[in-house]
Ligand binder design. Structure first.
Ligand code: PHE
Length: 335
């Protein structure tokens, strides 16, 4: 009876009921074993041996059936919970590589091919790295021009700002490395300004070359080459226009040819400013322990969003930070 019931049991609960009804405290076999006490010695010996065999046999059968049911339950679960990896992924909304990341990748690839390494500096920068070492003393007008976010003074007595430019990485690189130096430094920058063409957080990419006998010719050749590759226009007109930055002398702004009417890069009569550059000021070299008689350098800085807007025809700077998936699908590139 027990073996039949076990064979018919279809789950753990039924199996457990059978087990208890046979081997449990008030189970049938347990009841039979209890009767042994009331028998005389010879009968008990015979009956005892039989009942012990029966108990061993049933215990084995119950255990075996338990294992079987457990394996069957596992099989059923594996089938029920199986994932079909051949089913195609639903083609839902998908973003893309953000245009800022894309531009950083392109800029990095171009300068990388010219032998530049990547350098980094902190977003929270000392006033000294962001301004003073860059030949921008206290009360210099450039400090107010930048709409700087000042941070509360810290215990070490150094005043800190959210860096208004990546130029502080020039200082960190010259202090930490022997020339020859050839680096670019992409990163976030901050200015308290907000409208269609200004964002309180934006990205710049700095560039710095320091070596012996570096001239304005190197600066021009390097930047013309970069701009032509970045915009994919081998004949892109590039113009260098005298300007002023405290940390370069001479300083210049770099324009590319474009058409105001059509917005086309490279065509038309008009000029568009795309970056700032210059020869590293001797005082900046000296601030970093480099003898300006021996070492010269050039530096440049560009706005990454601005370059991306021009290249991709993105009209509003603010759209870069709105995390709109439709915008990302449109202007982002496929990952
Ligand atoms: N840091 C300057 C700016 O933010 C750009 C620049 C970098 C100019 C390096 C010259 C050399 O406008």
């Amino acid at each position: 009876e027990c073996l039949d019931a076990l064979a018919a049991a279809s789950g753990h609960r039924q199996w457990d009921e059978i087990r208890v009804s046979v081997l449990g405290k008030s189970g049938r076999l347990t009841g039979l074993l209890k009767q042994l006490g009331r028998m005389d010695a010879s009968e008990r010996k015979l009956r005892g041996a039989q009942l012990n065999r029966l108990r061993d046999e049933l215990t084995r059968a119950i255990e075996a059936r338990g294992d079987e049911l457990e394996a069957a339950a596992l099989d059923a679960r594996l089938i029920a919970e199986c994932v079909d990896i051949s089913v195609p992924v639903p083609t839902g909304r998908r973003g893309g590589i953000h245009p800022v990341s894309q531009a950083v990748e392109e800029i990095t690839a171009i300068f990388g091919a010219m032998g530049f390494a990547i350098a980094e500096g902190p977003d929270i920068e000392t006033d000294w790295h962001n301004f003073s070492a860059l030949n921008t003393p206290e009360h210099h007008s450039a400090r107010t021009d930048h709409d700087t976010f000042y941070l509360p003074a810290e215990a070490d007595g150094r005043n800190r700002v959210l860096r208004t430019q990546t130029s502080g990485v020039q200082i960190r690189t010259m202090l930490g490395n022997e020339p020859p130096i050839r680096i670019i430094a992409p990163g976030r920058t901050y200015r308290a300004d907000h409208d269609a063409t200004h964002s309180p957080m934006f990205h710049q990419c700095e560039g710095l070359v320091v070596d012996r006998n570096i001239t304005l010719g190197h600066l021009k050749g390097c930047l013309i080459e970069f701009l032509r590759v970045f915009f994919g226009k081998p004949a892109l007109p590039v113009r260098f226009r005298a300007s002023y930055f405290p940390f370069t002398e001479p300083s210049m702004e770099v324009d590319i040819g474009w058409s105001r009417k059509t917005g086309e890069i490279g065509g038309g009569e008009d000029w568009l400013e795309v970056l700032g550059a210059g020869m590293v000021h001797p005082r900046v070299l000296a601030n970093c322990g480099l003898d300006p008689e021996e070492w010269q350098g050039f530096a440049f800085g560009m706005g990454i969003e601005r370059l991306s807007m021009l290249k991709n025809g993105i009209p509003d700077l603010r759209s870069f930070y709105e995390s709109d998936v439709r915008w990302l699908q449109h202007y982002g590139t496929d990952p």
